[in-house]
Design a protein around this ligand. Structure first.
Ligand code: G
Ligand code: G
Ligand code: MN
Ligand code: NA
Length: 253
């Protein structure tokens, strides 16, 4: 109750803010920036999305918040075009409930039109749970998004208890290896075996791979030795407030 009131007020008062975490090649070229929401609560300070996203998914609040996030992220990407030397793409997390409760292709199309962002600059991060039951409507919506030029990325890949057959049916471009598999690299044999297997499978299926949660240079070096192209994690950068992100991009040159 209290949380619901708080959240309603927060949307009205614009207490939400996007942070961006870079996704980079091993040569430190920023290919995309993942939007990560934060809530600047007037009394509680910065609140993590794990404390409010699940709740918002249970109520109808996820729809207006999801729209705000997507629009803000597309606007920010347009801003980078004008103010940053090498503007990256933008990646937006879409929770399964949000996806199922909205006409995502229509919403995305509207927001791209309103903001002027080109579709090939946008990646949507979805999770395996969206693809567990291969509903026709889900396949149809994902295909529409892909045909528009929007890329789809499977977030937290490997943690979803789902069959891999969805990779044949859904127009996915990227797998993001969950950070739980990256943590033990390079010493943990099980983690190494799993990461190698994912990379080899992805190559055969012509999927791009992002290793998430890279925290150390030894993890990065090991991933480089396996020819993993893209990495993300504290080793490169923590999520950065929107107003500082251009600075980060410009320091790369
Ligand atoms: O950024 P952080 O580690 O605090 O994120 C915690 C969780 O919240 C992650 O699972 C992340 O995917 C999710 N999350 C962060 N930002 C968003 C967002 O804008 N939309 C959705 N649906 N989930 C988000
Ligand atoms: O579920 P998703 O992958 O979207 O969640 C991203 C979350 O992971 C964010 O909350 C972000 O702050 C967090 N994160 C990003 N990089 C790292 C990292 O290197 N280590 C850890 N432990 N968390 C990370
Ligand atoms: Mn993500
Ligand atoms: Na993830």
């Amino acid at each position: 109750r209290q949380l619901e009131q708080d959240l309603n007020r927060a949307i009205e008062n614009q207490e939400f803010e996007l942070y961006y975490q870079p996704i980079e090649t091993l040569d430190a070229e920023v290919i995309s920036a993942e939007a990560l929401i934060r809530w600047n609560h007037p009394l509680r300070g910065l609140v993590s999305p794990i404390e409010f996203i699940p709740f918002m998914e249970e109520t109808s609040l996820i729809a207006p918040l999801g729209e705000w996030i997507l629009k803000q992220a597309c606007q920010d990407a347009m801003h980078w075009d004008h103010h940053c030397s090498v503007p990256p793409k933008v990646s937006v997390n879409i929770s399964t409930r949000q996806f199922q409760n909205q006409n995502m292709p229509a919403l995305v199309k509207q927001i791209l039109t309103d903001t002027g962002l080109s579709a090939d600059r946008l990646t949507l991060e979805i999770t395996e749970s969206l693809m567990i039951d291969d509903e026709d409507s889900t396949i149809h919506q994902l295909n529409s998004l892909r045909l528009m030029g929007v890329a789809l990325s499977v977030d937290d890949f490997g943690t979803g208890y789902s069959s891999l057959s969805y990779l044949k049916k859904f127009p996915v471009s990227y797998l993001k290896i969950d950070r739980s598999f990256i943590q033990g690299l390079p010493n943990c044999q099980e983690d190494s075996a799993l990461v190698e297997a994912i990379l080899s499978m992805a190559e055969s299926l012509r999927l791009q791979v992002v290793a998430e949660g890279v925290e150390t240079s030894s993890q990065a070096n090991y991933l480089a030795s396996l020819k993993c192209r893209y990495i993300q994690g504290y080793w490169l950068s923590k999520p950065i407030p929107q107003h500082d992100f251009c600075n980060y991009l410009n320091t790369k040159l």
